[in-house]
Ligand binder design. Sequence first.
Ligand code: DAH
Length: 339
Amino acid sequence: MLEEIRRVRESLASVVAANEQELEALRIKYISRKGLLNDLMARFREVPAEQKREVGIRINELKTAVQERLETLRTQLASTETVSADIDLTRTPYPQPLGSRHPITLVRDEILRIFARLGFSVAEGPEVEDDWHVFSSLNFAPDHPARDMQDTFFVEQQPDIVLRTHTSSVQSRVMEKQQPPIRVVCPGRVYRNEAISARAHCFFHQIEGLYIDKGVSFTDLKQVLLTFARELFGEDTKIRLRPSYFPFTEPSAEMDISCNICGGKGCGFCKHTGWVEILGCGMVDPNVLKAGGIDPDVYSGYAFGLGVERITNLKYQVSDLRLFSENDVRFLDQFVAAH
Ligand code: DAH
Protein backbone atom coordinates (compact mmCIF):
# COMPACT_ATOMS: atom_id res chain seq x y z
CA MET A 1 0.00 0.00 0.00
CA LEU A 2 2.88 2.33 0.77
CA GLU A 3 4.12 1.71 -2.73
CA GLU A 4 0.70 2.57 -4.19
CA ILE A 5 0.55 5.83 -2.20
CA ARG A 6 4.02 6.78 -3.41
CA ARG A 7 3.07 6.24 -7.07
CA VAL A 8 -0.10 8.31 -6.81
CA ARG A 9 1.86 11.09 -5.16
CA GLU A 10 4.55 11.08 -7.81
CA SER A 11 2.03 11.15 -10.63
CA LEU A 12 0.35 14.26 -9.16
CA ALA A 13 2.91 16.62 -10.68
CA SER A 14 1.94 15.65 -14.20
CA VAL A 15 -1.81 15.98 -13.58
CA VAL A 16 -3.28 18.85 -15.61
CA ALA A 17 -6.67 20.42 -16.30
CA ALA A 18 -7.37 22.39 -19.47
CA ASN A 19 -10.80 23.58 -18.35
CA GLU A 20 -13.39 23.50 -15.55
CA GLN A 21 -14.75 20.12 -16.61
CA GLU A 22 -11.37 18.45 -16.49
CA LEU A 23 -10.71 19.99 -13.08
CA GLU A 24 -14.00 18.66 -11.80
CA ALA A 25 -13.17 15.20 -13.17
CA LEU A 26 -9.89 15.29 -11.19
CA ARG A 27 -11.72 16.33 -8.05
CA ILE A 28 -14.05 13.36 -8.46
CA LYS A 29 -11.16 11.02 -9.20
CA TYR A 30 -9.22 11.99 -6.07
CA ILE A 31 -11.41 13.37 -3.33
CA SER A 32 -15.05 12.50 -3.97
CA ARG A 33 -16.79 9.86 -1.89
CA LYS A 34 -15.83 7.14 -4.34
CA GLY A 35 -12.47 8.74 -5.05
CA LEU A 36 -8.95 7.46 -4.72
CA LEU A 37 -8.32 8.86 -1.23
CA ASN A 38 -11.51 7.43 0.25
CA ASP A 39 -10.63 4.12 -1.29
CA LEU A 40 -7.24 4.19 0.46
CA MET A 41 -8.92 5.14 3.75
CA ALA A 42 -11.34 2.28 3.34
CA ARG A 43 -8.51 -0.14 2.90
CA PHE A 44 -6.65 1.32 5.91
CA ARG A 45 -8.40 -1.24 8.10
CA GLU A 46 -6.58 -4.07 6.35
CA VAL A 47 -3.16 -2.56 6.98
CA PRO A 48 -1.10 -4.64 9.47
CA ALA A 49 -0.92 -2.99 12.87
CA GLU A 50 2.84 -2.28 12.71
CA GLN A 51 2.43 -0.35 9.39
CA LYS A 52 -0.68 1.59 10.40
CA ARG A 53 1.23 4.58 11.76
CA GLU A 54 3.33 5.13 8.66
CA VAL A 55 0.52 4.44 6.19
CA GLY A 56 -1.67 6.90 8.13
CA ILE A 57 0.96 9.62 7.84
CA ARG A 58 1.49 8.96 4.12
CA ILE A 59 -2.26 9.01 3.36
CA ASN A 60 -2.57 12.36 5.14
CA GLU A 61 0.41 13.72 3.22
CA LEU A 62 -1.13 12.51 -0.03
CA LYS A 63 -4.42 14.19 0.83
CA THR A 64 -2.70 17.55 1.38
CA ALA A 65 -0.67 17.12 -1.82
CA VAL A 66 -3.83 16.35 -3.84
CA GLN A 67 -5.61 19.40 -2.41
CA GLU A 68 -2.63 21.63 -3.16
CA ARG A 69 -2.33 20.33 -6.69
CA LEU A 70 -6.03 20.87 -7.40
CA GLU A 71 -5.80 24.38 -5.94
CA THR A 72 -2.81 25.19 -8.16
CA LEU A 73 -4.68 23.93 -11.22
CA ARG A 74 -7.73 26.02 -10.26
CA THR A 75 -5.71 29.26 -10.02
CA GLN A 76 -3.96 28.52 -13.29
CA LEU A 77 -7.27 27.97 -14.98
CA ALA A 78 -8.71 31.20 -13.58
CA SER A 79 -5.79 33.26 -14.89
CA THR A 80 -5.83 31.70 -18.35
CA GLU A 81 -9.55 32.14 -18.61
CA THR A 82 -9.42 35.92 -18.30
CA VAL A 83 -6.98 35.84 -21.22
CA SER A 84 -9.41 34.40 -23.69
CA ALA A 85 -8.44 33.06 -27.05
CA ASP A 86 -9.23 36.24 -28.97
CA ILE A 87 -6.76 38.39 -27.04
CA ASP A 88 -3.38 38.61 -28.69
CA LEU A 89 -0.75 38.96 -25.98
CA THR A 90 1.92 39.90 -28.50
CA ARG A 91 0.17 43.16 -29.37
CA THR A 92 1.35 46.49 -27.97
CA PRO A 93 -0.76 47.35 -24.92
CA TYR A 94 -2.34 50.45 -26.42
CA PRO A 95 -2.99 51.00 -30.10
CA GLN A 96 -0.60 53.70 -31.26
CA PRO A 97 -2.35 55.65 -34.01
CA LEU A 98 0.10 56.86 -36.63
CA GLY A 99 -0.63 60.30 -37.97
CA SER A 100 -0.57 60.97 -41.66
CA ARG A 101 1.21 63.78 -43.43
CA HIS A 102 -0.89 66.56 -44.83
CA PRO A 103 -1.29 66.33 -48.62
CA ILE A 104 0.09 69.88 -49.00
CA THR A 105 3.19 68.85 -47.04
CA LEU A 106 3.61 65.70 -49.14
CA VAL A 107 3.42 67.62 -52.40
CA ARG A 108 5.58 70.50 -51.15
CA ASP A 109 8.29 68.06 -50.05
CA GLU A 110 8.14 66.21 -53.34
CA ILE A 111 8.56 69.47 -55.27
CA LEU A 112 11.46 70.56 -53.04
CA ARG A 113 13.14 67.19 -53.57
CA ILE A 114 12.93 67.56 -57.33
CA PHE A 115 14.50 71.03 -57.18
CA ALA A 116 17.13 69.83 -54.70
CA ARG A 117 18.27 67.35 -57.34
CA LEU A 118 18.53 70.25 -59.78
CA GLY A 119 20.80 72.13 -57.39
CA PHE A 120 18.31 74.45 -55.67
CA SER A 121 18.60 75.05 -51.94
CA VAL A 122 15.73 76.15 -49.72
CA ALA A 123 15.26 79.71 -48.44
CA GLU A 124 12.47 81.02 -46.25
CA GLY A 125 11.17 84.43 -45.23
CA PRO A 126 8.58 85.96 -42.89
CA GLU A 127 4.83 85.78 -43.48
CA VAL A 128 4.33 89.20 -41.93
CA GLU A 129 6.32 91.34 -44.31
CA ASP A 130 6.95 94.97 -45.18
CA ASP A 131 5.81 96.69 -48.34
CA TRP A 132 9.36 96.84 -49.72
CA HIS A 133 9.84 93.06 -49.91
CA VAL A 134 6.32 92.17 -51.04
CA PHE A 135 5.80 94.97 -53.57
CA SER A 136 8.26 97.83 -54.04
CA SER A 137 11.47 95.84 -54.49
CA LEU A 138 9.61 93.64 -56.97
CA ASN A 139 8.88 96.55 -59.29
CA PHE A 140 5.22 97.03 -58.37
CA ALA A 141 4.14 100.59 -59.27
CA PRO A 142 2.86 102.55 -56.25
CA ASP A 143 -0.68 102.32 -57.60
CA HIS A 144 -0.55 98.66 -58.66
CA PRO A 145 -3.91 96.98 -57.96
CA ALA A 146 -2.29 94.07 -56.06
CA ARG A 147 -1.56 96.51 -53.24
CA ASP A 148 -5.25 97.18 -52.97
CA MET A 149 -7.06 96.57 -49.68
CA GLN A 150 -9.19 94.08 -51.52
CA ASP A 151 -6.33 91.71 -52.08
CA THR A 152 -3.93 92.37 -49.28
CA PHE A 153 -4.33 91.90 -45.56
CA PHE A 154 -2.76 94.91 -43.88
CA VAL A 155 -1.25 94.53 -40.45
CA GLU A 156 -0.18 98.17 -40.24
CA GLN A 157 -0.43 101.08 -42.63
CA GLN A 158 2.07 103.85 -43.44
CA PRO A 159 4.55 102.37 -43.38
CA ASP A 160 2.73 99.30 -44.65
CA ILE A 161 3.18 95.92 -43.02
CA VAL A 162 1.19 93.16 -44.72
CA LEU A 163 0.63 89.43 -44.74
CA ARG A 164 2.67 88.49 -47.78
CA THR A 165 0.52 87.88 -50.84
CA HIS A 166 3.16 85.78 -52.57
CA THR A 167 6.47 84.07 -51.80
CA SER A 168 8.20 86.34 -54.33
CA SER A 169 9.03 88.47 -51.27
CA VAL A 170 11.63 85.87 -50.33
CA GLN A 171 13.40 86.50 -53.66
CA SER A 172 14.28 90.01 -52.66
CA ARG A 173 15.34 88.93 -49.16
CA VAL A 174 17.73 86.37 -50.66
CA MET A 175 19.19 88.90 -53.12
CA GLU A 176 19.85 91.35 -50.30
CA LYS A 177 21.95 88.80 -48.47
CA GLN A 178 23.66 86.92 -51.24
CA GLN A 179 25.51 87.66 -54.47
CA PRO A 180 25.10 85.32 -57.49
CA PRO A 181 25.20 82.48 -58.22
CA ILE A 182 21.83 82.19 -56.47
CA ARG A 183 19.74 79.09 -56.88
CA VAL A 184 16.90 78.83 -54.34
CA VAL A 185 13.36 77.59 -53.90
CA CYS A 186 11.24 79.32 -51.28
CA PRO A 187 8.23 77.44 -49.91
CA GLY A 188 5.66 79.13 -47.73
CA ARG A 189 2.18 80.25 -46.87
CA VAL A 190 0.66 83.32 -48.49
CA TYR A 191 -2.48 85.33 -47.74
CA ARG A 192 -5.06 87.11 -49.86
CA ASN A 193 -8.26 88.77 -48.87
CA GLU A 194 -10.57 86.56 -50.89
CA ALA A 195 -14.00 85.13 -50.13
CA ILE A 196 -13.57 81.48 -49.18
CA SER A 197 -15.06 79.03 -51.67
CA ALA A 198 -14.24 75.67 -53.26
CA ARG A 199 -11.85 77.46 -55.65
CA ALA A 200 -10.39 80.26 -53.52
CA HIS A 201 -9.11 80.62 -49.99
CA CYS A 202 -7.71 83.46 -47.92
CA PHE A 203 -4.47 81.54 -47.43
CA PHE A 204 -2.64 79.00 -49.55
CA HIS A 205 0.87 77.81 -50.31
CA GLN A 206 3.41 78.73 -52.94
CA ILE A 207 6.92 77.78 -53.91
CA GLU A 208 9.06 80.46 -55.43
CA GLY A 209 12.11 79.66 -57.54
CA LEU A 210 15.01 81.97 -58.31
CA TYR A 211 18.16 81.40 -60.33
CA ILE A 212 20.65 84.20 -60.94
CA ASP A 213 24.06 83.85 -62.54
CA LYS A 214 26.03 85.08 -65.53
CA GLY A 215 24.38 84.27 -68.86
CA VAL A 216 21.14 82.71 -67.59
CA SER A 217 18.60 82.62 -70.40
CA PHE A 218 14.95 81.81 -71.03
CA THR A 219 16.06 78.46 -72.48
CA ASP A 220 17.45 77.48 -69.06
CA LEU A 221 14.13 78.37 -67.49
CA LYS A 222 12.17 76.33 -69.98
CA GLN A 223 14.38 73.28 -69.57
CA VAL A 224 14.23 73.35 -65.79
CA LEU A 225 10.45 73.68 -65.85
CA LEU A 226 10.09 70.83 -68.33
CA THR A 227 12.29 68.58 -66.21
CA PHE A 228 10.30 69.55 -63.13
CA ALA A 229 6.93 68.83 -64.77
CA ARG A 230 8.09 65.42 -66.00
CA GLU A 231 9.52 64.46 -62.63
CA LEU A 232 6.33 65.43 -60.85
CA PHE A 233 3.67 64.25 -63.30
CA GLY A 234 5.44 61.64 -65.40
CA GLU A 235 7.61 61.35 -68.50
CA ASP A 236 4.79 61.98 -70.97
CA THR A 237 3.86 65.35 -69.49
CA LYS A 238 3.97 68.26 -71.92
CA ILE A 239 4.37 71.91 -71.03
CA ARG A 240 3.41 75.09 -72.83
CA LEU A 241 4.35 78.67 -72.01
CA ARG A 242 1.91 81.49 -72.67
CA PRO A 243 3.03 85.14 -72.63
CA SER A 244 1.84 86.93 -69.52
CA TYR A 245 2.63 89.90 -67.30
CA PHE A 246 4.19 90.20 -63.85
CA PRO A 247 5.86 93.40 -62.61
CA PHE A 248 8.97 91.51 -61.50
CA THR A 249 9.74 89.58 -64.69
CA GLU A 250 10.32 90.57 -68.30
CA PRO A 251 9.42 88.70 -70.40
CA SER A 252 6.82 86.87 -68.29
CA ALA A 253 4.93 83.69 -68.96
CA GLU A 254 2.42 81.33 -67.47
CA MET A 255 3.06 77.63 -67.76
CA ASP A 256 0.43 74.99 -68.45
CA ILE A 257 0.96 71.27 -68.29
CA SER A 258 -1.00 68.71 -70.26
CA CYS A 259 -3.91 67.75 -67.98
CA ASN A 260 -2.80 64.68 -66.09
CA ILE A 261 -6.37 63.76 -65.20
CA CYS A 262 -7.57 63.19 -68.78
CA GLY A 263 -4.13 62.89 -70.34
CA GLY A 264 -4.75 65.99 -72.47
CA LYS A 265 -7.97 64.77 -74.10
CA GLY A 266 -10.12 67.29 -72.25
CA CYS A 267 -12.15 66.90 -69.06
CA GLY A 268 -14.02 68.91 -66.44
CA PHE A 269 -10.84 69.69 -64.52
CA CYS A 270 -9.03 71.29 -67.49
CA LYS A 271 -12.29 72.83 -68.72
CA HIS A 272 -11.98 70.64 -71.82
CA THR A 273 -8.83 72.37 -73.01
CA GLY A 274 -6.41 69.53 -72.18
CA TRP A 275 -4.15 72.03 -70.36
CA VAL A 276 -3.88 73.21 -66.75
CA GLU A 277 -2.01 76.28 -65.59
CA ILE A 278 0.38 75.55 -62.74
CA LEU A 279 2.80 78.46 -62.45
CA GLY A 280 3.96 81.93 -63.42
CA CYS A 281 7.53 82.61 -64.47
CA GLY A 282 9.88 84.85 -66.40
CA MET A 283 13.27 86.53 -66.60
CA VAL A 284 13.96 88.63 -63.52
CA ASP A 285 13.35 92.30 -64.37
CA PRO A 286 16.59 94.38 -64.23
CA ASN A 287 14.84 96.73 -61.77
CA VAL A 288 14.37 93.83 -59.37
CA LEU A 289 18.04 92.83 -59.63
CA LYS A 290 19.03 96.45 -58.93
CA ALA A 291 16.70 96.64 -55.93
CA GLY A 292 18.37 93.50 -54.59
CA GLY A 293 21.86 94.97 -55.02
CA ILE A 294 22.76 92.83 -58.04
CA ASP A 295 24.26 94.38 -61.20
CA PRO A 296 21.90 93.64 -64.15
CA ASP A 297 24.70 94.35 -66.63
CA VAL A 298 26.67 91.40 -65.26
CA TYR A 299 23.96 89.00 -64.14
CA SER A 300 20.65 87.73 -65.37
CA GLY A 301 18.19 85.27 -63.89
CA TYR A 302 14.83 83.60 -64.04
CA ALA A 303 12.11 83.21 -61.45
CA PHE A 304 8.95 81.20 -61.12
CA GLY A 305 6.16 80.84 -58.60
CA LEU A 306 3.80 77.92 -58.28
CA GLY A 307 0.70 77.15 -56.22
CA VAL A 308 1.02 74.02 -54.10
CA GLU A 309 -2.76 73.55 -53.70
CA ARG A 310 -3.19 73.66 -57.46
CA ILE A 311 -0.63 70.94 -57.98
CA THR A 312 -2.04 68.87 -55.11
CA ASN A 313 -5.49 69.09 -56.72
CA LEU A 314 -4.02 67.80 -59.94
CA LYS A 315 -2.10 64.99 -58.29
CA TYR A 316 -4.86 63.83 -55.96
CA GLN A 317 -7.97 65.22 -57.65
CA VAL A 318 -9.16 67.16 -54.65
CA SER A 319 -12.00 69.31 -55.90
CA ASP A 320 -12.59 71.63 -52.93
CA LEU A 321 -9.79 73.83 -51.55
CA ARG A 322 -11.50 74.10 -48.17
CA LEU A 323 -10.76 70.43 -47.44
CA PHE A 324 -7.09 71.31 -46.99
CA SER A 325 -7.73 73.44 -43.93
CA GLU A 326 -10.70 71.74 -42.28
CA ASN A 327 -8.60 69.09 -40.53
CA ASP A 328 -11.17 66.39 -41.15
CA VAL A 329 -9.32 63.15 -40.46
CA ARG A 330 -11.53 61.26 -42.88
CA PHE A 331 -9.95 63.40 -45.59
CA LEU A 332 -6.43 63.48 -44.17
CA ASP A 333 -6.23 59.73 -43.47
CA GLN A 334 -6.48 58.99 -47.17
CA PHE A 335 -2.98 60.27 -47.76
CA VAL A 336 -1.21 57.71 -45.57
CA ALA A 337 -0.94 55.09 -48.25
CA ALA A 338 -0.23 57.55 -51.02
CA HIS A 339 3.45 57.87 -50.09
N1 DAH B 1 4.10 85.83 -57.44
C1 DAH B 1 3.24 85.35 -58.49
C2 DAH B 1 1.86 85.11 -57.93
O1 DAH B 1 1.71 85.05 -56.75
C3 DAH B 1 3.77 84.08 -59.07
C4 DAH B 1 5.02 84.32 -59.86
C5 DAH B 1 4.95 84.63 -61.19
C6 DAH B 1 6.24 84.24 -59.26
C7 DAH B 1 6.07 84.85 -61.94
C8 DAH B 1 7.41 84.45 -60.01
C9 DAH B 1 7.29 84.76 -61.37
O2 DAH B 1 8.61 84.37 -59.49
O3 DAH B 1 8.42 84.96 -62.07
O4 DAH B 1 0.93 84.96 -58.66
